[in-house]
Write a protein that binds this ligand. Structure first.
Ligand code: 13P
Length: 259
């Protein structure tokens, strides 16, 4: 990992977690309070029902909380939806936008993802913008083209950041769709190549500031493969699904990046 960039190890709980599962977050926060992971930032994005409680548990500062989605508007007549400023009010410091599950389940387009990222920025929350190819696209040698198109459409223009430090206000997550929840992981060389291409894209879009933007890898990251993945060039952290539900597994991944 680029030693100048503080890695972000983020857990995406997806549609998992009841009140009783907050014990995992308590246990994680306690472990990190006793033995802090100074070299990286740790984030948990629980379902929105647990966000405010997660924020309370994380007040010690060892872990921060985030959300998994937001509406493009901050408030209004949108029954069942939640605005970024409401998530910020519940303590979210990051909002995941454009996850492939939302792109697939809800037909979210690059344009919509871009609007959600702008809504997050409007609420002073950092968007984590997800991109990644399907298996068919990888087999068809289209992975780069697809990811570049997603970046072009989903990442807000420089002006939207309005003089804010880009590196603090933007995170990209590369999550190959075929690696999510499958146990399959790309070859390290393929991760390296894709992350280098995303870095080039960021520098082209944002100039030198693009050098500091964190690029996370996501897709079947586990304690057994995290050390190698997180040591790959331009991998500045992870977006972890299944393995973040268990405090022990998640801690092992955190230690891989931070010890
Ligand atoms: P898994 O770690 O369960 O493969 O999920 C990855 C992911 O989608 C994180 O956003």
């Amino acid at each position: 990992m680029n030693s100048e960039i503080k890695p972000l190890i983020a857990g995406n709980w997806k549609m998992n977690g009841l009140t009783e599962d907050l014990s995992q977050i308590r246990s994680l926060a306690l472990s990190l309070r006793n033995d802090p992971a100074h070299r990286c930032e740790v984030l948990i994005c629980p379902p929105v029902t647990l966000l405010a409680q997660t924020t309370q548990i994380c007040l010690s500062g060892a872990v921060v909380s985030g959300a998994q989605n937001c509406h493009i508007a901050q408030k209004g007549a949108h029954t069942g939806d939640i605005g970024a400023s409401m998530l910020a009010d519940a303590g979210a410091q990051y909002i995941i936008v454009g996850h492939s599950e939302r792109r697939a389940d809800h037909g979210e387009t690059d344009g919509l993802v871009n609007a959600k990222a702008r809504a997050a920025l409007g609420a002073h929350v950092t968007p984590i913008i997800c991109v990644g190819e399907t298996h068919a696209e990888r087999l068809g040698a289209l992975a780069m083209t697809v990811v570049e198109k997603q970046l072009n459409g989903s990442v807000p223009a420089l002006e939207i950041f309005d003089k804010r430090v880009i590196a603090k206000n933007l995170v990209i997550a590369y999550e190959p769709v075929w690696a999510i929840g499958t146990g399959l992981v790309p070859e390290l060389d393929d991760i390296k190549t894709m992350h280098a291409a995303i870095r080039d894209w960021l520098v082209e879009r944002f100039g030198e500031e693009g050098e500091g933007v964190r690029i996370l890898y996501g897709g079947s990251m586990k304690p057994s493969n995290a050390t190698d993945i997180l040591a790959t060039a331009n991998v500045n952290g992870g977006l972890i699904g299944g393995a973040s539900l268990n405090a022990e597994d998640f801690l092992q991944i955190i230690r891989s990046a931070c010890d």
